[in-house]
Write a protein that binds this ligand. Structure first.
Ligand code: T6T
Length: 331
């Protein structure tokens, strides 16, 4: 059995970065959209989450509400019960019918959400994409998300740090067609391909269901008991993977690196089942999104793309700088 090593602090501190690309809002110079807002800033915003009850979107909502209060605009938040475009599309349709001035949305699929968002934009609603995106995001005034590919690459580095002799590595994700997790996988795969000591076993999809992720992890370990690392690409994949690894009693020889930093994930990190978490900044994404929506509505300069940073959280920094990145269950 291989003993797990402590992640170096370089990894824990080097990852927070932000990149801003400046562009112009579509229809620069416009004031309000088709909604009830007026050019003096009394705007009505809508926020549609990827899924309700996910602390990532709860924390984003906290950032949205705080910034909305500061800027004197209103925001109505809704989301589907599952991360599923067939459930998210009818919500978009009903939000469009309610004629908000701007829609902040995390689309649940790159293809399926393309037409509903185009229809919203065609109705004169300013679109701000938060977290995820679609195949052709040109209808959006602004897109705000983490450096997901970079985070996936850091996840591989974290496993590499713990297992310098290499070995088998696996990815457990949610569903193909979700832009964020697909980018995380790409970053992980690109980095894994550069180290021939590692054998990449590919991706398994858990449909954003922790119970399914647990089953996948147990089954993978039954087939390949010598797996040294699993990268789980979001909260639900990571929570379930940790459960599956514990059920297989492999927590002492295998490293789990998960994306996100929900309270249950932090507990698993503190218990030692999970070795590293790639924490995003959902509150910043939400706050930036409101700023961009209001700028677009006022016809001010809009940042076409904002990339927010991330922080690697390990047992070494969870009580110091890592603590600031834990997601919230309520504001
Ligand atoms: O990882 C986040 C988000 O970035 C992703 O698009 C979907 O899953 C989360 O909400 C975490 O559950």
């Amino acid at each position: 059995m291989k003993s797990k090593r402590h992640l170096v602090s370089l990894l824990a501190t080097g990852a927070v970065a932000a990149l801003v690309l400046t562009g112009c809002a579509a229809g620069d110079g416009d004031t309000a959209g088709s909604g009830s807002g007026s050019s003096d800033g009394d705007y009505k915003l809508a926020f549609i989450q990827g899924v309700t009850g996910d602390e990532f979107y709860v924390t984003m909502q906290c950032g949205i509400e705080a910034k909305a209060k500061e800027l004197g605009v209103t925001v109505n938040t809704q989301g589907p019960a599952k991360f599923d475009p067939t459930l998210q599309k009818p919500i978009v349709d009903s939000v469009v019918a309610s004629k908000p001035d701007a829609l902040l949305i995390a689309p649940t699929d790159v293809t399926a959400m393309q037409r509903p968002l185009q229809a919203a934009a065609d109705a004169g609603i300013k679109i701000i994409l938060v977290d995820t995106t679609v195949e052709d995001p040109s209808m959006a005034s602004s897109q705000i998300s983490s450096d997901n590919k970079g985070g996936g690459s850091e996840a591989f580095t974290a496993i590499q740090e713990q297992h310098p002799d290499g070995g088998k590595v696996l990815v457990i994700s949610t569903d193909p067609g979700v832009s964020t997790v697909d980018a995380r996988i790409a970053g992980f795969e690109e980095s894994a391909a550069k180290d021939s000591k590692f054998e990449y076993l590919g991706v398994q999809y858990s449909h954003n269901d922790p119970a399914e992720a647990a089953k996948l992890a147990s089954a993978a370990l039954a087939k390949d008991p010598d797996i040294v690392g699993i990268f789980a690409t979001n909260t639900f994949a990571a929570e379930g993977t940790a459960t599956g690894v514990r059920q297989a009693d492999k927590q002492d020889s295998l490293s789990i690196v998960g994306f996100d930093a929900g309270p249950a994930q932090i507990k698993q990190l503190k218990e030692g089942t999970v070795q590293a978490l790639v924490a995003q900044q959902p509150e910043v994404i939400g706050s930036d999104a409101v700023e961009q929506a209001v700028a677009a509505l006022k016809g001010d300069k809009v940042e076409a793309k904002i990339q927010t940073g991330f922080q690697i959280i390990t047992a070494d920094n969870i009580d110091t700088e890592g603590a600031d990145y834990i997601y919230k269950s309520s504001c």
